[in-house]
Design a protein around this ligand. Structure first.
Ligand code: UD1
Length: 357
């Protein structure tokens, strides 16, 4: 059986790694890895391949950055001939980035079966580009691999046939479980016992420069009580520079380059609190039992709030301050790990693919 994997952006890599490994162990597949080139910096892409032991891509489409339409169209145009040449039995796409949707649309038109890993998640907020990517990818997919029960419910509600939906658990947590022991060798120097980690990159947070400035001011205030470490996504770095806020040493925050998987996991696993707008980090902190404040009005990962340690603080600076004060006072939300976030999700996916495809 011939399987093409499409990956493109940083959060795809840790999801594809365990699935490729589980399929390789099945010994029944020939796998071809295509990288769209959506993320291209060494520390946004190559370092993840190195650390996670992902084989070098068979093909890199090198699309780079652009508007959503430009990026999606460029991937589609370059991916179509690959699918025509390879004639795969299945194309696997991951998560909710532009590369995910572009590859799924190409396959839907060529009548090539599609498997969507991390299907069914919904924020119910169509102002997020990722929400549009999720809905459309799920509509054209043949195998919908969901990480949690809310995903199954969302898909059923949207009319997806039940036989296409497979609750398999969380592949991102497969990678976390595998890499956690190794990450502990990557501890940063000069780390205080208590510290906060911040990551922000969503357009709704970083493209509004007035809001970004207000958040930075709040984080500076917080840094009087606890050291704040802020690994900066390239999009956020550009926006901070535009707003004249880029100098971390002057503003009391410890600004860092984007970290590798192992470096970030080491930092996150020992943090007193994580403040983020990422999807994957909400899941990782829930697994690790680390308090997480999500600077968004909604989440497509409700299990992290209902069962886990995640708290949605919305667009409220007062709420960020009060939640941090609560955590520093030792009053933390206790969480549980959702079912099937157990390190075996990719094996379940491989089993389904090799028996039903
Ligand atoms: C993308 C995903 C988002 C995911 C995030 C993780 C979509 C719609 N968004 O957002 O869901 O959470 O990746 O990082 O697919 N840039 C670089 N180097 C790189 C990549 C990007 O400098 O290697 C800069 C470019 O200026 C680019 C900007 O970052 O324009 C944004 O990159 P893009 O891929 O458009 O979206 P992300 O914000 O990374």
């Amino acid at each position: 059986m011939r399987i093409v994997h499409m990956v493109g952006a940083r959060p795809n890599f840790m999801k594809a790694a365990p699935v490729m490994q589980a399929l390789a162990e099945s010994g029944q597949t020939r796998q071809i890895l295509v990288h769209s080139g959506q993320h291209y910096d060494f520390n946004m892409s190559d370092v993840f391949f190195q650390e996670l032991g992902i084989p070098a891509p068979d093909l890199n489409l090198q699309v780079g950055s652009g508007s959503h339409a430009q990026q999606t169209a460029a991937i589609m145009k370059l991916f179509e001939p690959v699918v025509l040449e390879q004639r795969p039995d299945l194309v696997l796409v991951y998560g909710d980035v532009n590369s995910t949707l572009a590859a799924a649309l190409v396959c839907a038109k060529l009548l090539v079966p599609i498997g969507h890993v991390e299907a069914g998640l919904r924020s119910f907020d169509r102002t997020m580009p990722e929400e549009v990517n999720r809905i459309l990818t799920d509509q054209v997919s043949d195998f919908l691999f969901t990480p949690s029960r809310d995903g199954d419910r969302n898909l059923t509600h949207e009319g997806v046939a039940p036989e296409k939906i497979h609750l398999v658990g969380n592949v991102m947590i497969d990678t976390l479980i595998r890499m956690l022991p190794k990450s502990q060798e990557h501890s940063m120097r000069d780390l205080p016992e208590r510290y906060a980690v911040v990551t922000l990159h969503r357009p709704c947070n970083v493209d509004d420069l007035a809001w970004l400035g207000a958040m930075i001011q709040t984080l500076q205030d917080v840094s009087h009580d606890i050291q704040v470490l802020f690994p900066i996504h390239p999009r956020t770095r550009q926006r901070l520079a535009e707003a004249g806020l880029g100098n971390g040493q002057d503003n009391g925050l410890r600004l860092l380059k984007p970290l590798s998987y192992l470096e970030f996991l080491a930092l996150e696993s020992r943090a007193t609190v994580v403040i983020t707008d990422s999807g994957g980090i909400q899941e990782e902190t829930t697994y690790l039992g680390v308090p997480c404040l999500t600077v968004r009005e909604n989440t497509e990962r409700p299990a992290t709030v209902e069962a886990g340690t995640n708290v949605l603080v919305g667009r409220s600076l007062d709420r960020i301050r009060s939640e941090i004060a609560r955590i520093l006072a030792g009053n933390t939300k206790q969480g549980e790990v959702p079912p099937l976030w157990d390190g075996c999700a990719a094996r379940r996916i491989a089993e389904i693919i090799t028996t039903r495809c």
